[in-house]
Design a protein around this ligand. Structure first.
Ligand SMILES: [Zn+2]
Ligand SMILES: [Zn+2]
Length: 290
């Protein structure tokens, strides 16, 4: 693993090379988890998560060069990535995986079935580490738990990412919110949740009928309303932040998604944001519980 120095140690080294560490300022608590939505939507998805020592991407669905650019625009170093974790083989999730893995010697974590399906698009990857939905794995101190979701790829995973009682839930391509999805997304500190489409905009929009059917189906994407119902069920007092993701540019607007899904938040006052497609979002600092 690419071990990083704690912020206090870093400030004592005069010739400290910025390439060796993501640019957290000296005042940041090193134990905060940092999350950045690098891109979200049908043109590409990628989420950066780091605890200051271990840094990963969940999906890399833009070109390698664009992911690199977006990371650098937020002071994040691709050289420091310890893993790229793949949710499923659709192009908007894997487009840059092969290039980034080769350029920065980053291992790729992927389910066996997804790897088989993605292989023609990934190219040669030096280090593949397979996981199985339902079985957690650790990268250093960070725990990842992949779980099956209903979406029309070989073996699509949602994830929870946990460390010291802080839990991030990620479910960006959901046909329906199954009981298993709800179970996994319970008690999250931060939720990255799909709010793909407004049903009326989808019905009246320009997409061909078969594609409309696919999006609405049990293995397609979650509507604003379905996302609202899911969030209502899984919200809890310690939920701090909900980031709406995979918002369709054609069949939804961030404002509509926020308005509809936001109605669910009644008990906890969690902050609500919408992730964008064209620029990296703000760095979100999530303090660890203990
Ligand atoms: Zn997909
Ligand atoms: Zn997708």
């Amino acid at each position: 693993m690419k071990r990083l120095l704690a912020a206090t140690e870093v400030s004592a080294i005069p010739d400290y090379d910025m390439k060796q560490k993501n640019s957290f300022s000296a005042g940041d608590a090193p134990e905060d988890i940092t999350l950045c939505m690098l891109s979200s939507g049908s043109k590409g998805n990628s989420i950066y998560i780091s605890d200051g020592a271990t840094s990963v991407l969940i999906d890399a669905g833009l070109s390698g060069i664009e992911i690199e650019r977006r990371m650098k625009s937020k002071g994040l170093s691709p050289e420091n990535l310890d893993a790229i974790i793949v949710s499923h083989e659709h192009a908007d999730h894997i487009h840059g995986v092969g290039v980034l893995s080769r350029r920065f010697a980053v291992p790729v974590y992927i389910s066996r079935k997804t790897y088989k399906a993605a292989l023609p698009f990934l190219g040669k990857i030096e280090e593949i580490r397979t996981f199985e939905c339902g079985f957690g794995f650790n990268i250093d101190n960070v725990s990842f738990h992949p779980f099956s979701v209903s979406h029309d790829a070989e073996d699509t995973s949602g994830f929870t990412v946990s460390e010291n009682g802080t839990k991030i839930g990620i479910a960006t391509d959901l046909g329906i919110a199954t009981a298993m999805v709800k179970e996994h997304l319970k008690k999250c500190t931060v939720l990255v949740l799909e709010a793909n489409h407004d049903p009326d905009m989808l019905a009246n929009g320009p997409y061909p009928w078969p594609l409309k059917q696919r999006i609405r189906s049990r293995t397609g994407h979650l509507s604003n309303e379905e996302s609202r119902v899911l969030l209502k069920e899984i919200q809890h007092d310690s939920l701090e932040h909900v980031i709406l993701s995979h918002i369709s540019e054609t069949n939804n607007t961030p404002e509509k998604a926020m308005r509809v899904v936001g109605q669910a938040i009644t008990c906890c006052g969690a902050r609500l944001d919408a992730a964008g497609q064209y620029e990296a979002g703000n760095l979100i600092r999530i303090p660890q519980k203990s």
